[in-house]
Ligand binder design. Structure first.
Ligand SMILES: [Zn+2]
Length: 154
């Protein structure tokens, strides 16, 4: 999947082979990256530049569909990378979707992506009843055992 900036800023944890373009990384840095997003990008996301051929194809198609003015250079790079990789695009940008459709590139909206829900487990001490976000054995406060508490959705 090729992710656009809005997909990454949505805070969703995407699964699979994930790609962005250097332009998306620039936009993210401008916007400010949280430590969680930074870790996610480092671990899961590869940055690749699209080929000039694919970029040209996208620009030509955008002219046909009338999306040229609405597509930023970053949008074009996302489409072109999807052409190169034969990948799916995740975006909420209407013009990207429109050109993707015209080019036969599969795409999906950010909100409709098959995202695994992020579950955050918590632990509770059986002695002092304190909740912990991370596992301890034994409880650093009272030395009793912890048990897994009900997960909390984020
Ligand atoms: Zn305790």
């Amino acid at each position: 999947m090729v992710l656009d900036t809005s997909a990454l800023l949505s805070g969703k944890m995407f699964e699979g082979e994930l790609y962005v373009t250097p332009g998306v990384m620039r936009e993210l840095r401008k916007h400010g990256i949280t430590p969680q997003l930074e870790a996610f990008l480092d671990a899961k996301v590869r940055t690749l530049s699209p080929s000039p051929e694919a970029t040209k194809k996208v620009k030509l198609k955008a002219e046909e569909t009338g999306d040229t003015r609405r597509l930023s250079p970053v949008d074009v790079s996302i489409l072109a990378l999807a052409v190169d990789l034969e990948a799916r695009i995740v975006t909420d940008d209407y013009s990207i979707e429109n050109v993707a459709k015209a080019m036969g590139i599969p795409y999906e909206a950010v909100m409709m992506s098959p995202i695994k829900e992020e579950i955050h487990w918590r632990y509770r001490c059986t002695g002092c009843l304190k909740f912990w976000d991370e596992w301890h054995d034994p409880c650093p406060v009272c030395g009793a055992k912890l048990k897994t508490s009900r997960p909390r959705k984020r």
